[in-house]
Design a protein around this ligand. Structure first.
Ligand code: BTN
Length: 327
Protein backbone atom coordinates (compact mmCIF):
# COMPACT_ATOMS: atom_id res chain seq x y z
CA UNK A 1 0.00 0.00 0.00
CA UNK A 2 1.39 3.43 -0.86
CA UNK A 3 2.16 5.63 2.11
CA UNK A 4 0.45 8.84 1.09
CA UNK A 5 -2.34 11.14 2.24
CA UNK A 6 -4.97 9.77 -0.12
CA UNK A 7 -6.68 7.47 2.35
CA UNK A 8 -6.16 9.16 5.69
CA UNK A 9 -9.48 8.59 7.37
CA UNK A 10 -9.39 4.93 8.37
CA UNK A 11 -5.70 5.17 9.37
CA UNK A 12 -6.47 8.34 11.32
CA UNK A 13 -9.22 6.50 13.15
CA UNK A 14 -6.84 3.68 14.09
CA UNK A 15 -4.30 6.25 15.28
CA UNK A 16 -6.92 8.07 17.34
CA UNK A 17 -8.20 4.84 18.84
CA UNK A 18 -4.68 3.81 19.90
CA UNK A 19 -3.86 7.22 21.40
CA UNK A 20 -7.18 7.24 23.23
CA UNK A 21 -6.73 3.72 24.55
CA UNK A 22 -3.32 4.77 25.92
CA UNK A 23 -4.39 8.19 27.21
CA UNK A 24 -1.77 9.57 29.60
CA UNK A 25 0.87 7.11 28.40
CA UNK A 26 3.43 7.34 25.62
CA UNK A 27 3.07 5.15 22.53
CA UNK A 28 6.24 4.77 20.48
CA UNK A 29 6.42 5.99 16.89
CA UNK A 30 7.58 2.51 15.88
CA UNK A 31 4.49 0.87 17.42
CA UNK A 32 2.20 3.39 15.75
CA UNK A 33 3.98 2.94 12.40
CA UNK A 34 3.54 -0.84 12.46
CA UNK A 35 -0.08 -0.55 13.65
CA UNK A 36 -0.90 1.81 10.77
CA UNK A 37 1.32 0.04 8.23
CA UNK A 38 3.14 3.29 7.39
CA UNK A 39 6.59 4.80 8.01
CA UNK A 40 7.46 6.65 11.24
CA UNK A 41 7.72 9.84 9.19
CA UNK A 42 4.14 9.29 7.99
CA UNK A 43 3.00 8.83 11.60
CA UNK A 44 4.63 12.19 12.38
CA UNK A 45 2.68 13.78 9.51
CA UNK A 46 -0.60 12.38 10.76
CA UNK A 47 0.12 13.59 14.28
CA UNK A 48 0.69 17.07 12.82
CA UNK A 49 -2.65 16.78 11.01
CA UNK A 50 -4.43 15.95 14.26
CA UNK A 51 -2.71 18.86 16.03
CA UNK A 52 -3.97 21.18 13.30
CA UNK A 53 -7.50 19.95 14.10
CA UNK A 54 -6.99 20.97 17.72
CA UNK A 55 -5.74 17.73 19.26
CA UNK A 56 -3.06 18.23 21.91
CA UNK A 57 -0.47 15.48 21.45
CA UNK A 58 2.90 15.58 23.18
CA UNK A 59 5.91 14.21 21.26
CA UNK A 60 9.07 13.23 23.17
CA UNK A 61 12.15 11.77 21.42
CA UNK A 62 12.74 8.11 22.30
CA UNK A 63 9.39 7.85 24.09
CA UNK A 64 6.85 8.59 21.38
CA UNK A 65 3.49 10.32 21.46
CA UNK A 66 1.08 11.00 24.30
CA UNK A 67 -2.49 12.25 23.98
CA UNK A 68 -3.14 15.26 26.21
CA UNK A 69 -6.58 16.26 25.00
CA UNK A 70 -8.82 15.33 22.10
CA UNK A 71 -9.60 18.00 19.50
CA UNK A 72 -13.07 18.81 18.39
CA UNK A 73 -14.18 15.37 19.38
CA UNK A 74 -17.64 14.69 20.80
CA UNK A 75 -16.59 11.38 22.33
CA UNK A 76 -17.73 10.78 25.93
CA UNK A 77 -14.21 11.38 27.30
CA UNK A 78 -14.24 14.89 25.74
CA UNK A 79 -17.74 15.81 26.93
CA UNK A 80 -18.53 14.00 30.20
CA UNK A 81 -15.72 15.58 32.29
CA UNK A 82 -17.15 19.02 31.44
CA UNK A 83 -20.65 18.19 32.73
CA UNK A 84 -21.74 19.38 36.16
CA UNK A 85 -25.22 17.92 35.88
CA UNK A 86 -27.13 15.53 38.11
CA UNK A 87 -29.31 13.97 35.42
CA UNK A 88 -28.76 15.68 32.06
CA UNK A 89 -26.41 13.76 29.76
CA UNK A 90 -25.50 11.20 32.41
CA UNK A 91 -26.32 8.67 29.70
CA UNK A 92 -24.59 10.17 26.65
CA UNK A 93 -24.70 8.27 23.35
CA UNK A 94 -22.79 9.82 20.44
CA UNK A 95 -23.05 8.29 16.95
CA UNK A 96 -21.23 8.98 13.70
CA UNK A 97 -24.43 9.10 11.63
CA UNK A 98 -28.14 8.67 12.31
CA UNK A 99 -31.32 9.33 10.35
CA UNK A 100 -32.59 11.66 13.07
CA UNK A 101 -31.35 11.82 16.67
CA UNK A 102 -34.94 12.53 17.74
CA UNK A 103 -36.19 9.28 16.20
CA UNK A 104 -33.34 7.37 17.83
CA UNK A 105 -33.99 9.04 21.21
CA UNK A 106 -37.74 8.30 20.96
CA UNK A 107 -37.02 4.64 20.30
CA UNK A 108 -34.70 4.55 23.30
CA UNK A 109 -37.29 6.30 25.47
CA UNK A 110 -39.88 3.68 24.46
CA UNK A 111 -37.38 1.05 25.58
CA UNK A 112 -36.95 2.78 28.96
CA UNK A 113 -34.01 5.21 28.53
CA UNK A 114 -33.76 7.40 31.64
CA UNK A 115 -34.64 11.07 31.96
CA UNK A 116 -31.79 13.18 30.56
CA UNK A 117 -30.48 10.61 28.06
CA UNK A 118 -28.68 12.46 25.24
CA UNK A 119 -28.42 10.96 21.75
CA UNK A 120 -26.04 12.83 19.43
CA UNK A 121 -24.98 12.32 15.82
CA UNK A 122 -22.02 13.83 13.96
CA UNK A 123 -24.32 13.93 10.94
CA UNK A 124 -27.98 13.16 10.22
CA UNK A 125 -29.32 11.84 6.95
CA UNK A 126 -32.93 12.79 7.80
CA UNK A 127 -32.61 15.66 10.30
CA UNK A 128 -36.07 17.15 10.91
CA UNK A 129 -37.01 20.74 11.63
CA UNK A 130 -40.33 22.35 12.57
CA UNK A 131 -43.20 22.33 10.06
CA UNK A 132 -41.85 19.25 8.28
CA UNK A 133 -38.71 21.08 7.11
CA UNK A 134 -35.36 19.33 6.77
CA UNK A 135 -32.50 20.27 9.12
CA UNK A 136 -29.12 20.59 7.39
CA UNK A 137 -26.82 18.27 9.36
CA UNK A 138 -23.32 18.04 7.81
CA UNK A 139 -20.59 16.08 9.63
CA UNK A 140 -17.86 17.57 11.80
CA UNK A 141 -19.01 21.16 12.27
CA UNK A 142 -22.27 21.45 14.21
CA UNK A 143 -24.18 19.86 17.07
CA UNK A 144 -27.24 17.66 16.49
CA UNK A 145 -28.63 15.99 19.57
CA UNK A 146 -31.87 14.99 21.27
CA UNK A 147 -32.69 14.72 24.96
CA UNK A 148 -35.17 12.31 26.53
CA UNK A 149 -37.20 14.19 29.14
CA UNK A 150 -39.61 12.55 31.52
CA UNK A 151 -41.19 15.64 33.06
CA UNK A 152 -43.78 15.40 35.78
CA UNK A 153 -46.07 18.24 34.86
CA UNK A 154 -49.40 19.36 33.59
CA UNK A 155 -49.42 18.94 29.77
CA UNK A 156 -51.09 22.38 29.49
CA UNK A 157 -47.81 24.08 30.37
CA UNK A 158 -45.72 21.93 28.00
CA UNK A 159 -45.10 24.89 25.63
CA UNK A 160 -43.23 26.58 28.47
CA UNK A 161 -40.89 23.59 28.49
CA UNK A 162 -39.78 24.56 25.00
CA UNK A 163 -39.24 28.17 26.11
CA UNK A 164 -37.20 26.81 29.05
CA UNK A 165 -35.10 24.88 26.55
CA UNK A 166 -34.52 28.02 24.48
CA UNK A 167 -33.48 30.01 27.57
CA UNK A 168 -31.23 27.16 28.69
CA UNK A 169 -29.46 27.02 25.34
CA UNK A 170 -29.19 30.81 25.10
CA UNK A 171 -27.43 30.89 28.46
CA UNK A 172 -25.30 27.91 27.52
CA UNK A 173 -23.87 29.55 24.38
CA UNK A 174 -23.57 33.18 25.50
CA UNK A 175 -19.98 32.83 26.77
CA UNK A 176 -18.76 31.57 23.39
CA UNK A 177 -19.79 34.71 21.55
CA UNK A 178 -19.46 37.18 24.42
CA UNK A 179 -23.11 38.17 24.59
CA UNK A 180 -26.43 36.31 24.67
CA UNK A 181 -28.41 35.50 21.54
CA UNK A 182 -31.97 36.64 21.03
CA UNK A 183 -34.96 34.30 20.86
CA UNK A 184 -37.71 34.20 18.26
CA UNK A 185 -41.03 32.63 19.24
CA UNK A 186 -41.48 29.84 19.81
CA UNK A 187 -37.86 28.75 20.17
CA UNK A 188 -35.38 29.81 17.51
CA UNK A 189 -32.10 31.31 18.67
CA UNK A 190 -30.58 34.15 16.68
CA UNK A 191 -27.59 36.43 16.43
CA UNK A 192 -28.13 39.58 14.37
CA UNK A 193 -31.56 38.15 13.49
CA UNK A 194 -29.86 35.19 11.79
CA UNK A 195 -30.76 31.74 13.10
CA UNK A 196 -28.04 29.50 14.51
CA UNK A 197 -30.11 27.12 16.64
CA UNK A 198 -33.46 25.41 16.29
CA UNK A 199 -35.42 23.28 18.70
CA UNK A 200 -38.02 20.63 18.05
CA UNK A 201 -40.08 19.40 21.01
CA UNK A 202 -42.13 16.27 20.53
CA UNK A 203 -44.44 14.94 23.21
CA UNK A 204 -44.65 11.21 22.68
CA UNK A 205 -45.50 7.93 24.32
CA UNK A 206 -48.95 9.21 25.38
CA UNK A 207 -47.14 12.17 27.01
CA UNK A 208 -44.96 9.91 29.11
CA UNK A 209 -41.88 11.52 27.63
CA UNK A 210 -40.77 14.49 25.58
CA UNK A 211 -37.98 14.47 23.03
CA UNK A 212 -36.12 17.77 22.80
CA UNK A 213 -34.24 17.88 19.49
CA UNK A 214 -31.54 20.55 19.28
CA UNK A 215 -29.53 21.68 16.27
CA UNK A 216 -26.77 24.25 16.90
CA UNK A 217 -24.66 25.64 14.07
CA UNK A 218 -21.27 25.80 15.75
CA UNK A 219 -18.46 25.91 13.18
CA UNK A 220 -20.44 25.85 9.94
CA UNK A 221 -18.98 28.54 7.66
CA UNK A 222 -20.34 27.56 4.28
CA UNK A 223 -24.10 27.72 4.06
CA UNK A 224 -26.15 26.03 1.35
CA UNK A 225 -28.00 28.51 -0.90
CA UNK A 226 -31.36 28.00 0.87
CA UNK A 227 -29.82 29.04 4.21
CA UNK A 228 -27.80 32.02 2.99
CA UNK A 229 -28.94 35.33 4.42
CA UNK A 230 -31.00 33.72 7.18
CA UNK A 231 -28.49 31.56 9.03
CA UNK A 232 -25.32 31.98 11.05
CA UNK A 233 -23.07 29.92 13.33
CA UNK A 234 -21.21 30.52 16.57
CA UNK A 235 -17.89 30.62 14.70
CA UNK A 236 -19.33 33.17 12.27
CA UNK A 237 -20.30 35.39 15.21
CA UNK A 238 -17.15 34.89 17.25
CA UNK A 239 -14.68 35.09 14.38
CA UNK A 240 -12.80 31.93 15.33
CA UNK A 241 -13.56 28.21 15.71
CA UNK A 242 -15.41 27.07 18.80
CA UNK A 243 -14.82 23.73 20.50
CA UNK A 244 -18.02 21.72 20.11
CA UNK A 245 -17.49 19.58 23.23
CA UNK A 246 -17.34 22.75 25.33
CA UNK A 247 -20.50 24.14 23.72
CA UNK A 248 -22.35 20.86 24.17
CA UNK A 249 -21.40 20.54 27.85
CA UNK A 250 -22.22 24.16 28.58
CA UNK A 251 -25.61 23.81 26.87
CA UNK A 252 -26.44 20.58 28.74
CA UNK A 253 -25.41 22.14 32.08
CA UNK A 254 -27.60 25.14 31.42
CA UNK A 255 -30.54 23.06 30.14
CA UNK A 256 -30.62 21.04 33.36
CA UNK A 257 -30.52 24.26 35.35
CA UNK A 258 -33.47 25.82 33.47
CA UNK A 259 -35.58 22.65 33.38
CA UNK A 260 -35.05 22.21 37.14
CA UNK A 261 -35.97 25.84 37.71
CA UNK A 262 -39.15 25.36 35.70
CA UNK A 263 -40.13 22.20 37.63
CA UNK A 264 -39.51 23.83 41.02
CA UNK A 265 -40.65 27.45 40.46
CA UNK A 266 -43.21 27.14 37.65
CA UNK A 267 -43.39 29.12 34.40
CA UNK A 268 -42.81 32.68 35.67
CA UNK A 269 -38.95 32.73 35.83
CA UNK A 270 -38.76 31.01 32.42
CA UNK A 271 -41.21 33.44 30.82
CA UNK A 272 -39.35 36.41 32.33
CA UNK A 273 -35.96 35.18 31.11
CA UNK A 274 -37.32 34.38 27.66
CA UNK A 275 -38.93 37.84 27.31
CA UNK A 276 -35.60 39.37 28.34
CA UNK A 277 -34.05 37.76 25.24
CA UNK A 278 -36.87 38.72 22.84
CA UNK A 279 -35.82 42.18 21.68
CA UNK A 280 -38.74 42.39 19.21
CA UNK A 281 -41.55 42.36 21.78
CA UNK A 282 -43.45 45.63 21.41
CA UNK A 283 -42.70 45.73 17.68
CA UNK A 284 -44.77 44.88 14.61
CA UNK A 285 -44.45 41.29 13.40
CA UNK A 286 -46.25 38.95 11.04
CA UNK A 287 -47.30 35.52 12.27
CA UNK A 288 -48.05 32.70 9.83
CA UNK A 289 -50.06 29.98 11.46
CA UNK A 290 -52.96 27.61 10.96
CA UNK A 291 -55.31 30.63 10.57
CA UNK A 292 -53.14 32.23 7.84
CA UNK A 293 -51.06 35.39 8.20
CA UNK A 294 -51.73 37.89 10.95
CA UNK A 295 -49.90 41.22 11.24
CA UNK A 296 -49.81 43.13 14.49
CA UNK A 297 -47.78 44.14 17.51
CA UNK A 298 -46.28 41.37 19.62
CA UNK A 299 -47.23 42.29 23.17
CA UNK A 300 -45.82 39.39 25.17
CA UNK A 301 -46.56 35.85 26.32
CA UNK A 302 -49.35 34.43 28.42
CA UNK A 303 -48.72 32.07 31.35
CA UNK A 304 -48.93 29.01 29.08
CA UNK A 305 -46.26 30.36 26.71
CA UNK A 306 -48.63 31.44 23.92
CA UNK A 307 -47.67 34.57 21.97
CA UNK A 308 -49.97 37.58 22.46
CA UNK A 309 -50.49 39.60 19.30
CA UNK A 310 -52.56 42.78 19.01
CA UNK A 311 -53.88 43.33 15.48
CA UNK A 312 -54.71 46.79 14.09
CA UNK A 313 -58.43 46.38 14.91
CA UNK A 314 -57.41 46.32 18.59
CA UNK A 315 -58.17 42.61 19.01
CA UNK A 316 -55.77 40.46 21.02
CA UNK A 317 -54.89 37.03 19.62
CA UNK A 318 -53.37 34.14 21.49
CA UNK A 319 -51.01 32.32 19.10
CA UNK A 320 -50.35 28.69 19.95
CA UNK A 321 -48.42 27.65 16.86
CA UNK A 322 -46.89 29.37 13.89
CA UNK A 323 -43.85 31.16 12.59
CA UNK A 324 -43.00 34.74 13.43
CA UNK A 325 -41.47 37.03 10.82
CA UNK A 326 -39.48 39.87 12.33
CA UNK A 327 -39.24 43.09 10.43
C1 BTN B 1 -36.29 23.96 13.71
O1 BTN B 1 -35.85 25.07 14.01
O2 BTN B 1 -36.96 23.81 12.68
C2 BTN B 1 -36.00 22.79 14.61
C3 BTN B 1 -34.72 22.10 14.21
C4 BTN B 1 -34.37 20.92 15.08
C5 BTN B 1 -33.21 20.15 14.54
C6 BTN B 1 -32.71 19.13 15.49
S1 BTN B 1 -31.14 18.48 15.01
C7 BTN B 1 -31.26 17.24 16.24
C8 BTN B 1 -32.70 16.78 16.29
N1 BTN B 1 -32.92 15.72 15.33
C9 BTN B 1 -33.74 16.08 14.36
O3 BTN B 1 -34.09 15.36 13.40
N2 BTN B 1 -34.14 17.36 14.55
C10 BTN B 1 -33.58 17.92 15.74
Amino acid sequence: MSDNDQAPTDREEVLIEKLRASVGQFVSGTDLASLLGVSRAAVGKRILGLRRKGWEIEAVPNRGYRLISAGDSLAPESVTPLLNTRWMGRLYLPHEELGSTSDAAAKMAEEGAPNGTVVLAESQTGGRGRMGRAWHSPPGVNLHFSVVLRPEMDPAIAPVLSLAAAVGIANGVRGFVGHPPTVKWPNDLLYRRLKFCGLLLEMLGASRFVIVGVGVNVNMMSFPPELQGTTTSLQNERGEPVRRSAVLASVLNSLEDWFDRFYSDGPRPVLGAWLGLADWIGQRVVVSGPKGRLAGVAIGLDDAGALRLRTDDGQEHRILSGTVELR
